[in-house]
Design a binder for this molecule. Structure first.
Ligand SMILES: [Zn+2]
Length: 486
């Protein structure tokens, strides 16, 4: 059933043996076969956050071609080496591929544990008819895969939107009549924004879903949405009570307001890992971290304020303590990355900021939440990059301790660091690991026996962190504006 070109074993079993190969000892042939087996397998689940744009997990699947062609080389080798059924991870890349799998025998379908859908219709196709037909076929295929664990929707033939464009004309299956209990991991990474929003609702059938990658649903129509719904409000109307990991992409939305918090908690109260990425909706879909954490050191104490990058609107203001307390309603959360860019406001280093501000001038640091008070400006330290990093790490440790003191389930927090002035968006992403019952360090305000280890940073440069999932809207905004104004 594979789409790869390999001859079936039956056809070569009677082929002439390769000269000399049959003279090689069995043990050596078996060793060669082992050597040809792929050494790496993608983990299950294999989902990555939107900004971790590494090679797609499906591109990292084991390559069995060398093993198979060696096995097919002669009858003796084919008897010595075990057959490989590599159809447990399937990628459907064409209409023919979909038809083939829809009609596959049960024993083949029973083997499938991972599936990626990756094809679209051609513009010349009868799109209204075919999108509907393939949707029905695809849902019937899902229902015939009892052991499917992970599903990727990367590109689909279902993308057809009548006016108004944000309405998805295809009916979602009923979750009671059509449960998909085996799926624990689901990524919706399609480009069409309306599909990115609607197809995520397929998760409603995945009664045991634990890992999900998706975009927020900020422009779709929803019958359950009340009158006060504004287009572009943050929405994630999922019912996924067993969800543990959420990689969530959003645009210029207020993700930190009470509404989003409530929605997230309502749909997935037991989240253990939440990783946000906020992207520009225009090409090249750059990661745009807009939430800030400003750190100021006074009298040897760090003070932290959450806020928003200049010109952006997020419901973020107040202390880090309050922020952590609000979010601590997720009382199972262990790993949290809200995309906060940490700024140590009194410290400047030329590799990041260029020149330091002068007294009486506007601060040149573009990330400062408010004009720096003059008494703080007096304490500006222009430091070498190494010293800047040392102080930055000190601030991360303190910020992490405040988070932990107010949100006891946390085990890992991520902090972002700007690498360059705007408009470039290059970051470092730091991991702060919380070690409970670690050795007590003196001088900490919370007094908890908590130690924090700062792990090496990930370089998050544009080439890696762009994401075009859900970015090409089929006039969704226009349609919504019409409704909203009308
Ligand atoms: Zn679409």
């Amino acid at each position: 059933m594979s789409e790869e070109n390999s001859r079936s074993l039956e056809s070569v079993r009677f082929a002439k043996p390769r000269p000399y190969l049959h003279l090689i000892p069995d043990e050596l042939l078996i060793e060669v076969g082992k050597y040809l087996l792929p050494t790496t397998k993608p983990p299950l689940p294999s989902l990555q956050p939107h900004f971790e744009n590494y090679r797609h997990p499906f591109g990292r699947r084991g390559n069995y071609r060398d093993y198979i062609s060696f096995r097919e080389s002669c009858h003796k080798v084919s008897c010595l080496l075990k057959p490989i059924d590599k159809d447990f991870e399937i990628e459907i890349k064409s209409k023919e591929g979909l038809e083939k799998w829809v009609n596959a025998p049960k024993e083949k379908l029973d083997n499938v544990i991972r599936l990626r859908l990756k094809f679209t219709l051609d513009p010349s196709d009868d799109i209204p008819t075919l999108s509907s037909r393939y949707w029905t076929e695809f849902i019937s295929l899902l229902l015939k895969l009892p052991n499917l664990v992970e599903l990727y929707l990367t590109a689909t033939p279902f993308c057809y939107h009548r006016n108004p464009a944000h309405i998805f004309p295809l009916e979602l299956p009923d979750s009671v009549e059509n449960p998909l209990p085996s799926i624990i991991s689901f990524a919706n990474e399609v480009k069409c924004r309306a599909c990115a929003e609607h197809l995520t609702r397929l998760s409603g059938c995945m009664t045991n879903l634990r890992y999900m990658k998706c975009t927020s649903q900020d422009s779709v129509s929803d019958h359950d949405v009340g009158e006060d719904f504004e287009p572009y409000d943050f929405m994630l109307s999922n019912h996924t009570p067993k969800l543990e990991t959420l990689y969530l992409k959003y645009w210029d939305l207020d993700t930190f307001d009470d509404g989003p918090l409530w929605e997230l908690h309502e749909g997935a109260p037991d989240l253990k890992r939440l990783i946000y990425s906020s992207h520009a909706i225009e090409y090249p879909y750059t990661l745009r971290q807009r939430a800030m954490l400003e750190a100021v050191r006074q009298d040897n104490q760090w003070q932290f304020e959450v806020g928003t990058e200049k010109g952006e609107h997020l419901s973020l203001n107040g202390t880090l303590t309050t922020f952590a307390q609000e979010w601590s309603q997720f009382d199972k959360m262990e790993e949290f990355d809200p995309g906060l860019v940490l700024n140590i406001a009194q410290y400047y280093t030329s590799t990041i900021h260029g020149l330091a501000p002068k007294r009486g001038s506007e601060p040149t640091n573009p990330y400062t939440l408010q004009p720096v008070p003059s008494e703080v400006l007096d304490q500006i330290h222009i430091v070498h990059p190494e010293e800047y990093e040392r102080v930055f790490k000190e601030a991360m440790v303190e910020a992490t301790k405040i988070m932990k003191a107010n949100w006891t389930s946390l085990k890992k927090v991520y902090w972002w660091q700007d690498r360059h002035k705007r408009p470039t968006r290059d970051y470092l992403r730091w991991t702060a690991v919380i070690v409970e019952d670690g050795p007590s360090t003196e001088g900490h305000t919370d007094g908890n026996l908590v130690d924090v280890m700062i792990e090496g940073s990930q370089k998050m440069y544009h080439d890696l962190i762009w994401s075009d999932d859900g970015t090409i809207p089929p006039d969704v905004e226009t349609a919504l504006d019409d409704i909203h104004l009308g």
